[in-house]
Design a protein around this ligand. Sequence first.
Ligand SMILES: [Mg+2]
Length: 318
Amino acid sequence: MLSEFDLITRYFNRPTRHTVLGVGDDAALLALTPGHELAASTDTMVEGVHFFPDVEPDSLGHKALAVNLSDLAAMGATPKWTMLALTIPKADETWLEDFARGFFALAAEHDVDLIGGDTARGPRNICVQIMGEVPHGRALRRDGAKVGDDVWVSGHIGDAAAAVAHLKGDLRLRGSLLAHCLARLNRPAPRVALGRLLVGVANSAIDISDGLIADLGHICERSAVGAAIEFAAVPCSAELMPLRGQALVIRAILTGGDDYELCFTAVAERRSEIEALSGQAGLALTRIGSIVAGEGVEVVDPAGKPMSVKDGGFDHFR
Ligand SMILES: [Mg+2]
């Protein structure tokens, strides 16, 4: 078995681009751009809970970083630095090489430096920390939603949860639909560019990691408001559209996690501006409802009847 030191140098010590001091000392040194705040977040992925044991290590490397980038996207921050704490049962070099390839490909895409981390032996567990910058006082937060705001969603949602339902044997997907949903589950695209464009435009934002209802619910809670959503307006992919009437797919769209799209609110006067941003980001932005007085998220069907959704969110494998 390689020593911990060998592992780190061989796979995870890469040149940095905008870091004072990266891997190799007791701590990394970072210099913030004047006038900016540090945005920091961390996310742990545990085998059997957050990912299937047989998922491609390359995809896992991608996703471990993607879910963290998504949190900074939701703040309107620019990601710059990341740290990786990797617990693995054994030093499988093929696995490490593939994992590092997926991780660093996405890091390069977003110009993020890996500045440190740790490795340990144990049940597979991937903990990534992300840090970035946001202009002072300008971060998108969960507590800024106002009654009357439109509620928007980027891209489309439900594919990742449909893939999980398929992998659990609850839903049968085939061919290109299955490939599409698996790609959305395993290689999510964090909406970093969109998040930055929404600074100064959106009143509040969150990334959809636990499901639309749960995550919009967090905005409602922090902003002390409610939200009214029309199910018919919630965007799902063209691929998933033919199954949209099925109960499991409705659940995937409303409560499925792992989409990593952004949900945000903005005043109605911003509509045309937001539509223009959609072109700039190359990403559909869809208005799905509005912020109302009260609490919680209510979803209505096309007849205007409230839909009951059993789970507030999506609990992965449980
Ligand atoms: Mg989040």
